[in-house]
Design a protein around this ligand. Structure first.
Ligand code: B12
Ligand code: SF4
Length: 460
């Protein structure tokens, strides 16, 4: 069996994270297949490194194609599915955050997975949320003369009468285990070299993983644009976490850990427990993590410093209090400055991000954010500063509002991000689209890093 797994790049604008991070989702999905059937050929392809026609040439002999869909890359997924189906691929399966989204419309909840199967004949099945076990079971069943797909959790498929069915859905509540990755399926060295150029204060020999899943703020309310799938904030048992790190250290010599869990800072007790449980042979392990500015108190900043955190990704999101409120951030501008100073005092670097285009955004609120961006970029520890335009993601809290104004999207699997951003701005912002886009670009250009990241912005 020959299986190709691809996470394509954004449909609009080339990816500026190209070559920095390997795609952990498809790597985990492929690793379980390879672990179970070592004779099967599994190709895990980082689509950020290739354009669509290069990807097509890589897929030529695949019997099964697995695609990792986010809202920004989904059109590439559809094109690749069509290409594969017309070139002999037997099965095309889609997973990932876009495929897992649930549209919360005032009348009913609608699964994006169902819309995908309704609208795309080239896609045979959709697997929502954590996908590795379901994908493996799907492959095993598909080889039988009379496959029975009814027992595979998280699977949406068409039965022999072309009726769309789905099985039990299990929400993701556990951290994916980074030691389950088959390190031979990816050229880590290549990523390590690129990573060192962008994040010099951290050892390049990094591994991606999770100390926890979910976000404490999301449990209470959550930022309006956030599309993370985890219903609870759940930290790994510290002992198990450190044992896994040790295993990765021994097998591929990692010296740093990129924590992909959203906002490590949400539960101070659990962060403290992680630090207290650190074994002496792990004292030098370096971290990067996500943090929420309000949660970075003096005590938290010190815990992060003690944990050897070298970079914290902070969603500053706005320099205007009304916009912070519109995005349901749960803090005011002061929290952004306080967190920056607390981390600066301890020599911890910040990757900051800003979003323009929340409900009510006006030329005045943008002027306030620009002022904030110029001030914050002066801090020596702010090593990256990105600015994006707000994108309505299908599973985010704001999509309820978006769907009220644009009900046609309850039928669509393609959420063209250029279109959805424009529709959102037209309905909910006071400043015009072009103005917001131009200002986002200007703020992005303040980024002290040479690697500008035009998230959700077309490149010039
Ligand atoms: C780390 C991260 C990144 C990293 C690494 C991305 C990567 N490709 O690995 C970087 C910084 C590069 C990044 C970039 C982007 N990201 Co990002 N990212 C995350 C984050 C924090 C964790 C993702 C992760 O690694 N999860 C762990 C792995 C194991 O899970 P997973 O990828 O979801 O895969 C599992 C399942 O989804 C499923 N699955 C996934 N693919 C497939 C394929 C098949 C065939 C099957 C069967 C199953 C399957 O099985 C996997 C294993 O269980 C999430 C937030 C979150 N907490 O989820 C946002 C998140 C996924 N990112 C998001 C976005 C929007 C982006 C960008 C589009 C931003 C931009 N405008 O450029 C780009 C897209 C780049 C790309 N091509 O993937 C959104 C997606 C929302 C949406 N509806 O699309 C999220 C949810 C954050 C948010 N805004 O709410 N991201
Ligand atoms: S954007 Fe970050 S802080 Fe906001 S709800 Fe999502 S994970 Fe939590």
């Amino acid at each position: 069996m020959k299986i190709s797994l691809v996470c394509p790049t954004n449909y609009y604008g080339a990816s500026a994270t190209r070559g920095l991070y390997y795609p952990m989702g498809v790597l985990l999905v492929g690793s379980l297949v390879k672990d179970t059937f070592p004779d099967w050929e599994v190709n895990v392809v980082d689509g950020e490194s290739y354009n669509e026609s290069e990807l097509e040439s890589k897929l030529k002999e695949a019997e099964v194609l697995g695609l990792s869909a986010n809202t920004n890359n989904y059109q590439h997924c559809v094109n690749l599915a069509n290409f594969a189906k017309s070139n002999g691929t037997k099965l095309v399966v889609v997973g990932g955050p876009h495929a897992s989204a649930v549209l919360r419309h005032e009348k009913a909840n609608i699964s994006m997975a169902e819309l995908i199967l309704k609208n795309q004949q080239s896609i045979d099945a959709v697997i929502v949320y954590d996908g590795e076990h379901s994908f493996l079971q799907f492959l095993i069943e598909s080889r039988k003369s009379a496959p029975d797909y009814t027992k595979i959790n998280n699977l949406f498929w068409r039965d022999t009468d072309q009726i769309i069915k789905h099985n039990q859905i299990i929400l993701p509540t556990q951290s994916p285990r980074f030691v389950d990755m088959d390190f031979s399926l990816m050229d880590f060295e290549k990523y390590w070299q690129e990573h060192k150029k962008e994040f010099p204060a951290m050892s390049e020999r990094y591994i991606e993983g999770f100390t926890h899943v979910g976000c404490a703020w999301r449990e209470k309310l959550g930022c309006s644009f956030c599309d993370i799938p985890y219903p609870f904030n759940n930290y790994q048992a510290p002992g198990r976490f450190w044992r896994d790190v040790r295993e990765a250290k021994h097998s591929i010599g990692i010296q740093s850990f990129k924590d992909y869990g959203d906002c490590l800072t949400g539960n101070p007790e659990r962060v403290r427990a992680l630090l207290d449980a650190r074994p002496s042979d792990m004292y030098n392990l370096e971290f990067s993590c996500y943090g929420r500015s309000k949660e970075i108190t003096e005590e938290m900043a010190q815990t992060l410093a003690d944990l050897n955190v070298r970079y914290v990704y902070i969603g500053y999101d706005s320099g205007d209090n009304d916009m912070l409120r519109a995005m349901q951030e749960g803090y005011t501008l002061k929290a952004n400055y306080d967190a920056t100073e607390r981390l600066a005092k301890r020599g911890i670097n910040i990757t900051g991000s800003i979003i323009l285009g929340a409900a009510g955004e006006s030329e005045q609120t943008i002027a306030n954010t620009e002022k904030f961006a110029r001030a914050i970029a002066q801090y020596p520890n702010v090593t990256q500063l990105y600015c994006a335009m707000l994108t309505p993601f299908p599973g985010a809290p704001m999509n309820r509002k978006f769907l009220q104004a644009n009900p046609q999207f309850t039928e669509q699997d393609v959420w063209d991000t250029e279109q959805t951003k424009r529709f959102w701005v037209a309905h909910y912002c006071k400043a015009p689209y072009e103005y917001i886009e131009e200002k986002a670009r200007e703020i992005n250009n303040l980024n002290p890093s040479s690697r500008k990241r035009y998230f959700g912005l077309k490149r010039e």
